[in-house]
Design a protein around this ligand. Sequence first.
Ligand code: HEM
Length: 334
Amino acid sequence: MRCTLDSIFKVGFGVELNCLEGSNKEGSAFMKAFDESNALTYGRYVDPIWELKRYFSIGSEAALKKNIKVIDDFVNQLIKNKRNLLAQNQDCHVKEDILSRFLMESQKDPEQMNDKYLRDIILNFMIAGKDTSANTLSWFFYMLCKNPLIQEKIAQEVRDFVGDKNIKYTVNDFIENITDAALDQMHYLHAALTETLRLYPVVPINGRCADIDDTLPDGFKVKKGDGVYYISYAMGRMPHLWGEDAEEFRPERWLVNGIFQPESPFKFIAFHGGLRICLGKDFAYRQMKILSIALLRFFQFKLADDTKKVTYRTMFTLHINGELPVCAVSRAAS
Ligand code: HEM
């Protein structure tokens, strides 16, 4: 989570948060407040008196208020710093991150795109981009531990496509050698990540509200205001969609002659589909691939306790319940 948060901050807002190293105190406090707010907000679903608590500002609602203040202060400072930076560098390349682009746009419509609006954009990208890739990677490594042959196939693909087999790289040098061309060639890794998302879609349930009276493709009629939900978790495991081996983790189902074959987003629904399909899909694959490549090149992973039952925790996103201790065994450099 700390790594994906660092990454979304760098790409999204041009800021080195350094949560993974823990060297940025404000960054770590912000991350803690963000995660706690997430859990406290989710708690409202099961707390019948949360509004009363909010009214009197007590218990979980008092804690939430405190955390929101930490988040707001941090994000408002970030926007202020960025504005100053943009004012100083009107014509240089500061447009490279998403926040800078929104700030440039906000000059055209400052009333609508005010600081509150920009704060919400930042938080939206964080919510969309932090826990999603991080949780998918946790499930991915869980699957690789449960399926060591698949783990070795990916490690072999890494050796085949990244860097020079005859060079003994340091970790940093090796990561420098991960090119876009190599990422594109790694069909088996792409398939294994996709297979993970089929079985463990990080947004396990999703829905929409009908704007107008409508008819679904199967003829079912919905009225304006009706909620329509789909359960991606169940859809990814339906034998009539994926075959009798739907419950099996089998990256090969996505490959024909070693080449990845995408499915319709309305069947493989992990990123949603249609006009509001995930905007960060390509970014997420890239980020997850780079991290997996770096880890699998240098380590082999095993579950610390193979007998432990691993299940999910009910949250907005599909978390592993509790921790997933793994042993990382160094691979002999070759
Ligand atoms: C494995 C990783 C990810 C998965 C499975 C995923 C899945 C999804 C899903 C299901 C939605 C639709 C939500 C809804 O409207 O109900 C969505 C929307 C979105 N995602 Fe992702 N996401 C991932 C990573 C990311 C990343 C890394 C970013 C940002 C860099 C991102 C940015 C967004 C944005 C901005 C939206 C809103 C799009 C819109 O409403 O037009 N996502 N994502």
